[in-house]
Design a binder for this molecule. Structure first.
Ligand SMILES: [Zn+2]
Ligand SMILES: [Zn+2]
Length: 338
């Protein structure tokens, strides 16, 4: 399913078209992956809509890929045909820039991202650099594992950055936007003994029930105040107005972390809401270390993924359901071969 051009203003109901493409050839450091499932991420919508500039075009979207290695390139020794791997958003880094050399490859100057600069997993086959493909916990089925690869990883990094700001870690967590990332990281947070307060769109009772199912101690609308002040607020909805809203509910020294790659503008707010050492920060991408750590933690919790599956040729419908907020959990394309 191919994106041939971005849609700056008109939100097309069918931005992707089915095309017959040649099976890609893996380079020396790559593996050819036969795709089994690929989850649908909000970032895919941002690429479709033109919020993220200059993608490879035409492009195969998709960066939460689960599949099996079919063939390996000449320099690949750690993977073999038949191995199951997960391929995430971070597709390649240079290893040489100031960010790569300081353990921040997520900020690499010349990083290449799956389903953005590189063809991704809305397809029957894809290629991936073996250094950026991960073995997956065996307890997960293919479709179940797919959302771990972005929603899970980004959720995990968002929580990790919140903890960096709070001595002893963030115990009282607010989570704004209870979708794919939130439902996974909420389970991890509850497992770790934290208290989770979930914020949905005002009046979204189904979303609030879903949050309770994932272990939240309280769920309400984003216009409501939580029962107690928050150490940290994680924001997964692409809505800038939630930043000053969440900031008002923080303890002194508390932190708002925005997990999204794109957000509407943040309205102005009084300095007193930020004062007393409150912090606002963002998350960009992920490191391989995040992936290894989260994929180790997920089966221990165990994190359960809530998925709605679609056939590959229904990718446009999956994107549309995500845009309209019709999903609980994550949309996953399942590649069936006839
Ligand atoms: Zn780099
Ligand atoms: Zn993503």
């Amino acid at each position: 399913m191919v994106l041939e051009r971005q849609w700056e203003s008109a939100k097309s109901p069918k931005p992707l078209v089915a095309r017959q493409l040649p099976v890609p050839e893996p380079g020396p450091d790559q593996v050819l992956v036969r795709v089994a499932a690929c989850a649908v991420c909000r970032t895919d919508l941002h690429v479709v809509d033109g919020d993220l500039a200059e993608p490879k075009l035409p492009l195969v979207l998709g960066h939460e890929i689960v599949g099996r290695v079919e063939t390996v390139g000449a320099r690949v020794a750690d993977l073999a045909p038949g191995d199951r791997v997960g391929v995430p958003w971070l597709g390649w880094t240079c290893g040489e820039c100031r960010y790569c050399r300081s353990g921040r490859e997520n900020l690499c100057e010349s990083a290449r991202f799956t389903g953005y600069h590189l063809d991704g997993g809305y397809a029957e086959y894809t290629v991936a650099d073996h250094r950026f493909a991960f073995p997956l916990p065996e307890s997960y089925g293919d479709a179940e594992a797919a959302p771990l690869l972005c929603a899970g990883l980004i959720g995990y990094r968002t929580l990790r950055l919140a903890d960096e700001s709070i001595p002893g870690g963030a115990r009282r967590l607010g989570i704004y936007g209870f979708g794919a990332a939130a439902h996974l990281i909420a389970q991890v947070a509850v497992h770790q003994g934290r208290t989770v307060y979930a914020f949905t769109r005002p009046g979204d009772e189904a979303g609030q029930r879903f949050a309770y199912d994932c272990g939240a101690a309280w769920a309400g609308g984003s216009d409501q105040a939580p029962p107690e002040e928050l150490d940290a607020a994680l924001i997964f909805a692409p809505v800038g107005a939630l930043v000053p809203e969440a900031l008002r509910h923080l303890v002194k020294g508390g932190v708002v972390v925005s997990g999204g790659i794109h957000m509407s503008d943040i309205p102005s707010f009084p300095y007193r809401d930020l004062w007393e050492e409150r912090v606002i920060r963002s998350v960009a991408n992920l490191t391989r270390e995040d992936a290894r750590r989260f994929l180790e933690i997920a089966p221990q919790v165990p994190v359960r993924t809530h998925t709605k599956t679609y056939r590959l040729e229904e990718a446009n419908r999956a994107l549309d359901d995500l845009r309209a907020g019709r999903l609980e959990g994550a949309a996953v394309l399942v590649i069936d071969r006839r």
